[in-house]
Design a protein around this ligand. Structure first.
Ligand code: K1U
Ligand code: ZN
Length: 171
């Protein structure tokens, strides 16, 4: 396992559409281990492969609380198969936009499908934090970030802040 660097705004790789994983190989198993280690260290509750620079449709999630045992989920080629008309607002953060949190409105419930590393197909329906997290992570696979759902003013403010920071770091 290896701790990997997390890409941050305005890195253009965060806007790539990731490619399907297809067959699970040892490289994919190693990548999912790295993703879990990186997510736990951040700390975060989810991570998409593109956030560590790998444009593959691979996601890890663990919604266990600090005092609970870890419950890692590795999702290979995850999809949202249905979204409710009903929507809800939830505060979101993103490891690629450090220390920025905003309320985002999304479908309240979703149905999803993914494969496990062992090749099993898992289908289910989620609400609450799992629904929010699944939508946030699957958005990353399509090059979408949660700031895309904010007003143009909020989005341009946060983008400007991170572009300025990147210029300072490059200088
Ligand atoms: O994909 C990511 O950038 C990870 C992101 C997932 C997420 C958070 C909130 C709503 C939707 C999706 C994070 O994990 S941000 C960090 C965070 O929320 C957190 C960190 C430690 C404990 C609890 C939450
Ligand atoms: Zn994110």
């Amino acid at each position: 396992m290896a701790l990997r660097d997390i890409l941050t705004l305005p890195d253009p790789r965060l806007r790539l559409v990731s490619k399907p994983v297809g067959a699970v190989t040892d490289d994919i198993r190693r990548l999912s281990d790295d993703m879990l280690e990186t997510m736990y260290a951040a700390p975060g509750i989810g991570l998409a492969a593109i956030q560590i620079g790998e444009p593959l449709r691979l996601v890890v999630i663990d919604l266990a609380k600090k005092d609970e045992e870890r419950r890692p989920i590795v999702l290979v080629d995850p999809e949202i198969t249905w979204s409710s008309e009903e929507r809800r607002v939830h505060e979101e953060g993103c490891l690629s936009i450090p220390e920025y949190y905003e309320e985002v409105e999304r479908p309240d419930r979703v149905r999803y499908r993914y494969r496990t590393l062992a090749g099993e197909v898992v289908e289910g329906e989620a609400d609450g934090m799992l629904a929010t997290c699944l939508q946030h992570e699957i958005d990353h696979l399509n090059g979408t970030m949660f700031i895309d759902y904010l007003s143009r003013l909020k989005r341009s403010r946060v983008l400007r802040k991170f572009e300025k920071a990147a210029r300072r770091e490059g200088a």
